[in-house]
Design a protein around this ligand. Structure first.
Ligand code: GLC
Length: 419
């Protein structure tokens, strides 16, 4: 029997709730969920991470909607309030310290992560209308998106760039090898040291994307990052409408449309989307699951989506447990190495939602089915082997509970109004 059909909803809620409650942290009156707190996990995983918190909130809403809201409040409270990066929401917030060494700042990093907060807030609002929450978050999210335009679009084309792979959330992906000046056969440690050195360089340069771009530092306009931003701008427009600000709603929707237009004009080659590297915007010829995330932001035409979905169905992408971040026949594919061909449920959720957006409900259901089977087999791991399903990285990892959201949607359930 299928994993979705045989799953006990109550058991999955109980397992997911136990995981997130076990990783919940309260500090200075803020409540958030750490990615992982197990003794074997990376020390940084006790901090709050931007896109992780969005996935956590989307899971919490199925059993504790108040906590889902607090998770977003804590995230937005970390917004930078002065200096050139006013408006940025950090990729990592360390309220008890822990960012000094890398960032020279005690309580947060100086870079960001995929902007998914408005999308998340609007999904919470769809369950339980909560205009006061939207009113609370809206000014901060407007400032965040204004920051993107001011500080991450040095060539002014409407597509934003990453100045460090950590901003993408795909830390060690082969997508970045060329831009990082790394050979494909480097060791894990070589890659890690290069990322640490780049963080120091980014700090020294004042996190100035224009200067970094001109100096030939890592600077990539990424497909998934810009698609997520298009979705978030669209959600911000919906938020403005819910707050009865029709002109702003139109303006944000227009910004989302501009991102999509530039995406089409610059990122799509032969019908498929590619990351763009550096000043000359060279396409990064590296297939990855990030291309399918374009669906999430509505960045492809129907014909391009059909082409992408036909590719996605091939066993090189649709492995026993899809979707490996690199196709299984790529020279870059290393199934058990961090971001070089594993399955991440955060990425699967984005693809799942994108497939539904474009009407590929049956394929989305199959992705939910195999994602649930993966977690049912081995538990909540940081990431997984796409061929065997083996759990990899840290155990008891919060964001893998996002399968609960896929299960709830597949069952057509509605999240509770109260815990
Ligand atoms: C790793 C992942 C990143 C994530 C963080 C916390 O660094 O690459 O995407 O946000 O862990 O889970």
């Amino acid at each position: 029997m299928s994993a979705i059909a045989s799953a006990s909803w109550d058991e999955w809620v109980a397992k997911s709730a136990a995981l997130l409650r076990g990783n919940r942290i309260e500090v200075d009156g803020w409540r958030y969920t750490a990615p992982a707190t197990s003794p074997t996990a990376h020390a940084a995983y006790v901090h709050q991470f931007l896109w992780d918190s969005c996935f956590h909130a989307l899971t919490w809403r199925w059993f504790d909607p108040a906590m889902a809201r607090d998770e977003l409040r804590a995230l937005v409270a970390a917004q930078v309030q002065d200096g050139p990066d006013t408006g940025m929401i950090p990729h990592m917030t360390s309220r008890r310290g822990g960012s000094e060494q890398l960032w020279g700042c005690p309580d947060h990093s100086l870079i960001t992560q995929p902007p998914l907060i408005a999308v998340t807030a609007m999904l919470l609002h769809a369950d339980v209308p909560d205009v006061p929450l939207l009113a609370e978050l809206y000014p901060a999210l407007c400032a965040f998106h204004a920051w993107f335009e001011r500080r991450r679009d040095p060539d002014g084309d409407g597509l934003v760039c990453l100045i460090h792979p950590w901003e993408s959330g795909w830390d060690a992906s082969p997508r970045w090898d060329r831009a990082m000046g790394l050979p494909g056969d480097m060791t894990y440690e070589q890659g890690r040291l290069a990322r640490v050195a780049l963080a120091a360089h980014v700090v020294e340069s004042g996190c100035d994307a224009g200067a970094l771009l001109r100096a030939g530092s890592y600077c990539v306009e990424a497909v998934d990052y810009n698609a997520i931003r298009a979705a978030d701008l669209e959600a911000l427009g919906e938020m403005a409408a819910a707050l009865d600000r029709p002109q702003e709603a139109t303006a944000w929707a227009g910004r989302a449309a501009q991102v999509r237009e530039m995406f089409q004009r610059k990122m799509v080659r032969d019908g498929a989307p590619y990351d763009l590297d550096g000043v000359d915007e060279q396409p990064v010829v590296q297939e990855s699951a990030a291309q399918a995330v374009a669906l999430f932001g509505g960045c492809l035409t129907e014909a391009q989506a059909a082409h992408l979905v036909a590719q996605l169905r091939q066993p090189r992408h649709w492995s026993r447990f899809p979707v490996p971040t690199s196709p299984t026949d790529s020279p870059a594919f290393v199934p058990d190495r961090y971001w070089r061909g594993n399955v991440w449920l955060s990425v699967n959720w984005l693809i799942y939602m994108g497939l539904r957006r474009y009407g590929y409900a049956a394929l989305a259901s199959e992705l939910a089915e195999r994602s649930l089977a993966l977690v049912a087999q081995g538990g909540f791991w940081e990431y997984y082997h796409p061929l065997t399903g083996q759990g990899l990285g840290s155990p008891s990892y919060s964001w893998s509970a996002i399968v609960l959201d896929m299960l709830g949607r597949e069952r057509g359930l509605v999240p509770p109004r109260q815990a």
